[in-house]
Design a protein. Structure first.
Length: 54
């Protein structure tokens, strides 16, 4: 599902199963998300992500 979201924005998504990291790239920007980490990483910053409880 996350691949579909990134691709809808024109980004290329890649999944690394051993590290559980998804990387999405568009132009010169790359965003990395790791399962269970609670952060998103770009070359310039680390952003805390908040999960919504259902």
């Amino acid at each position: 599902m996350i691949r579909t979201v990134f691709q809808s924005f024109g980004a290329i998504a890649d999944w690394d199963s051993p590290t559980k990291i998804v990387a999405a790239a568009k132009a010169s920007t790359t965003v990395k998300l790791q399962i269970g980490s609670g952060t998103a990483t770009t070359p310039k910053e680390v952003v805390a992500q908040r999960a919504e409880e259902s």
